[in-house]
Design a protein around this ligand. Structure first.
Ligand SMILES: CC(C)(COP(=O)(O)OP(=O)(O)OC[C@H]1O[C@@H](n2cnc3c(N)ncnc32)[C@H](O)[C@@H]1OP(=O)(O)O)[C@@H](O)C(=O)NCCC(=O)NCCS
Length: 166
């Protein structure tokens, strides 16, 4: 289990007793971008350096309401999460949105994903929002299991889509 004692965003030090590793959750730096590109490519099979550079430019560093956090084990990026506060979309009062989360596949099931999610929820809470949302592909059982384990449930909003290709 993770010890969440002494938790402070940016200087949090956690001891993961399951895999016996120390890691911290910190704000992403420009140097993290290549590792984020590689981790995303490992999951999706597609390298998107321009996309991730743009995400870093918009979410990296210290920004109010935008959070790009990484799990760092002895200087190696082992996971990341990105979220932001969005307001009044579709009539919703301000709420936190998590739109990306990934953990090094060699270190999964060790609590890193939970630590990242709790860290971004803490940041949302400090901002002042009380609701956090995300979107999960219907067939992504792994990510669904993870978010369910964090207590997330079906939302009062429903996504609709249409194919507009001619
Ligand atoms: C989802 C993900 C971030 C979870 O990270 P993690 O560090 O392994 O998560 P944790 O160790 O904190 O797991 C917390 C809980 O999630 C659930 N969970 C995690 N992986 C699971 C799996 N493979 N099968 C079933 N449940 C799982 C479990 O309930 C687990 O609790 P437990 O260990 O007490 O059983 C990681 O698997 C990942 O990066 N997956 C691919 C990323 C991806 O597809 N991202 C795209 C969407 S943004």
């Amino acid at each position: 289990m993770l010890s969440m004692n002494g938790y402070h965003l940016g200087i949090m030090s956690l001891t993961d007793h399951k895999i016996g590793q120390d890691f911290i959750i910190r704000i992403a730096k420009a140097d993290d971008v290549p590792a984020v590109v590689a981790m995303d490519e490992a999951v999706t099979g597609l390298a998107k350096p321009d996309y991730w550079q743009d995400i870093f430019d918009r979410y990296g560093g210290r920004r109010r309401g935008r959070y790009f956090l990484v799990a760092d084990h002895e200087g190696t990026m082992v996971g990341f999460i990105i979220g932001e506060v969005r307001a009044w979309e579709f009539g919703s009062p301000p709420c936190g949105w998590v739109f990306t989360l990934s953990v090094d596949d060699k270190l999964r099931l060790g609590g890193i994903g939970t630590a990242l999610f709790q860290a971004v929820c803490d940041a949302f809470r400090k901002y002042g929002v009380t609701k956090v949302r995300t979107t999960v592909a219907r067939d992504n059982d792994l990510v669904m299991s993870f978010f369910r384990s964090q207590g997330m449930m079906a939302s009062s909003f429903l996504q609709l889509e249409i194919d507009v290709a001619s």
